[in-house]
Design a protein around this ligand. Sequence first.
Ligand code: FES
Length: 484
Amino acid sequence: MSHFLPLSRVTKLVGTSRHALQEMIRGGTLDTFDGMVELNELLRAFPEAKWDDDAEFRRITEIKEKAFGKRVFERALPDKEVLAARLFELGNDYAATKALLMHYSQVLSWLDEKIDEIEEDQSTETRHALHTVRAFIVRHLAEIPPDAAKAQAVIAQERILKIMSAHVTIQPSGHEFFVESNDTLLEAALRAGVSLNYGCSNGNCGECRARLISGEVKKVHAHDYVLSQAEKDAGVFLLCSCAAVNDVVIEANVAGAQDIQMQQLAAKIKSVEVFNPQVAALHLLAPRSQRLRFLAGQSIRLSAHGVSGHYAIASCPCEERHIEIQILRKPGDAFSELLFSGLKAHDSVEVEGPYGEFVLEDASTRPVIFLAFGVGFAPIKSLIQHSMSLDLAEAMDLHWLADGAGHYQNNLCRAWADALDNFTYIPHAHSDDVETTLANIVTDYPDLHRFDVYAAGTAAQLQIARSLFLKHGLPEQRWLASSY
Ligand code: FES
């Protein structure tokens, strides 16, 4: 019996990126069938993998030992009805496999009797041949294949993954993500950087409507009154009210920058993080009932104590209620002065936005160059985090050209580079000769036509960079920039 595993789960089992697997498939070192990997092929292609040392198993062991507090314990497990449905499905799988094995065993007994019957009136040669066949079957049934223990470990891990998470494919965009713990489909999508349409997050507006194409979803929040019976009968459900019971395919709209409406909300300051005398981060918390909906790379207007300013968001939409802004202290920018002198935790800040279309081409699998000038690092940081969640880009190179404020989040960038095989961080020291620095960068990319470039800096810096990158072969439509 062949056992096939979907590519998305293989990434989790072997702890590699989807891109790395696709490279192996393209290079002929991993065979797939219909987007699935056969178990023996998986064992062949990853002989070094440690199938019995998996983070998911360890997590479950910890849960079993009640090492977590009650809240974490509840968050780590799926909703109890979803968990029951997944276990029921697993039980069905087990029962079907057992029934099949019983059937095979019956066929073998029947074959054994048949051989006895046939043997009676046969010549010595035929009896010998039948005896050899029987011995062959008995020997092979008794032999344990060398990879049996590994195969068993892979299947056991895959089963655990299936209990703990469900895989979601969105049509027509083709986005994919996993729903883990007791998340709704909407929460899981946002966490994975997939910008699905939504409004209230609590079942009242109906903007998160989606249609189930295959698989099963379960209502985990009671509210779905905005749906008519005819819609429900047609498989329409609310992403903010439902969790996925098993792997599902759904039809839903993935929002672009133009689809997101202007919002106004009062956020609270969680903390002010001063990196150095020139740059500080403002960490805001949106109200529980009104998260800010935005795409990575967009900006917002902030107002407090009668002054306001317009800044890029440095956090990722996957961070739920948390919004981070990085602000350069500038004479004449009253809000920046206020940040350094008067704002403190628990103060209220009015937020308006989002603005701008400096967002990720999220269907692109091309390699990416992120070019950050000074505090232009803020929207770039948001885009990088989004790109990491999507896990589609072939490679990501971050060039951070420091201004007087330096590489104020150097450790974070180095941590990204340490953690990800396809991420490279190249800091460039402050220099008055930006043109020479940029000229050195472009010469490292003889194949610029293959890249997407996202750049954030002052208008003058961006103008120099754009003309150099285009001159060295970057297609004009692949230059995406935002000035501050
Ligand atoms: S977001 Fe409003 S109903 Fe789901």
